[in-house]
Design a protein around this ligand. Structure first.
Ligand code: MG
Length: 371
């Protein structure tokens, strides 16, 4: 039997088939989208899973303090906004640092606004400025590491090159209390906060002599370049007083007070330093010539700094260094000028930082976040 279709019937069949194909295509896409959504929900925080209307004032809010010389602020702000929206937070308060305010004033403003976390996006200098305003408060600090050294981030095991993860850790990470150090370069002078290490002498002279331009081109190698030019300097006579009691007098190149001691490339400058033990680790470096510098470098490489060649360390809560001449001083890598006096003290558990939870660590390792 031969079935004859009239042209109208043929067109209707073709049209029907097209409708079915399009429907199958879109249903398939919806299923794909649902699959992606379920993956996203699997890694999301429970707080953003409620579908109902949430009062904005009940949502958390973050402040993002950004150093505009280290990144494209608009791009970082829009990434932060997207992540905050997705995680059920209010849009972040974004403030750029300036030459006059490297982050401390911005953080005070953010605290006045009542934010739940202040995220420092920049190098160790920006982090130090934000920490200066947060120390002694209960507001936690998140970190998006964008600097050359990123030493605090290294010492608390943050992810260094994943901005999205750094932001998520800032929002939903675990609170960890760490010590901070205070430093004064005059007995009645201002008190400065540091989170990693402060030093007088060689290390500070190197920091003061490393150009920002070379830092952005060579990274940490810029310090090596400046360091090699400073190696041949003369030692200085210093008197070091630990905890108002124990005193030593020596000819040294550098005295460092550290809250934590891990540097780039896994180098441990202060192997015994613990970031939350309520103690500072003081390192005295005293080589007299280039040959002895090799001993210092070998001691650092071999993590034998405490009983190393031409190095000595001691734990204390407070240290005062009086030098016979004006020497460079640096705080977390920022030059602070010259002084013949440096007093450092530890403020135990003064700063709360957001670090990855066990679950976040697993997800980062597995690269599980659906991007
Ligand atoms: Mg310590």
């Amino acid at each position: 039997m031969i079935i004859e279709f009239d042209p109208l019937m043929t067109w209707l069949i073709v049209l029907g088939a097209l409708v079915v194909l399009v429907a199958v295509f879109f249903l398939g896409r919806r299923t794909g989208a649902q699959r992606a959504l379920s993956r996203v929900r699997q890694y999301a925080h429970p707080a953003n899973l409620s579908d109902g209307e949430v009062d904005d004032s009940a949502r958390y809010r973050a402040a993002l303090i950004v150093n505009p010389t280290k990144t494209d602020v608009r791009r970082l702000a829009s990434t932060a906004e997207a992540i905050c929206r997705f995680e059920g937070w209010n849009p972040p308060l974004v403030i750029e640092t300036t030459v006059d305010d490297s982050g401390e004033g911005a953080t005070v403003r953010a605290l006045d606004e009542g934010v739940d976390v202040v995220i420092a996006a920049g190098g160790d200098g920006t982090i130090r400025a934000v920490a200066s305003a947060l120390a002694g408060t209960s507001t936690p600090m998140g970190i998006v590491p964008l600097g050359t050294g990123n030493l605090l981030a290294r010492n608390i095991d943050l992810v260094l090159d994943k901005t999205e993860w750094a932001l998520r850790i800032a929002l939903w990470g675990r609170n960890r209390e760490i010590d901070v150090g205070t430093a004064k370069i005059a007995e009645d002078g201002d008190t400065h906060i540091f989170t990693v290490m402060t030093g007088l002498g060689f290390d500070a002279a190197v920091m003061a002599d490393t150009s920002d331009e070379l830092k952005s081109r060579l990274g940490w190698l810029a310090y090596v370049e400046a360091g090699s030019r400073k190696l041949a300097g003369k030692p200085s006579q210093v008197k070091v007083t630990f905890d108002d009691d124990y005193r030593i007098s020596a000819r040294v190149r550098s005295v460092l007070g550290g809250n934590c001691g891990r540097l780039q490339g896994g180098i441990q400058l202060l192997p015994q330093a613990v970031i939350d033990d309520g103690m500072l680790d003081v390192l005295i470096v005293s080589p007299k010539n280039l040959g002895q510098w090799l001993g210092v470098l070998a001691s650092i490489a071999g993590r034998r700094v405490s009983r190393g060649l031409h190095t000595n360390t001691r734990k204390c809560q407070k240290v005062v260094i009086e030098a016979g001449e004006e020497l460079d001083v640096q705080l977390d890598g920022d030059p602070l000028g010259q002084s013949s006096y440096l007093a450092m003290e530890v403020m135990p558990s003064a700063l709360t930082v957001r670090v990855p939870t066990v679950e976040q660590r697993k997800q980062i390792r597995a690269e599980a976040w659906p991007v």
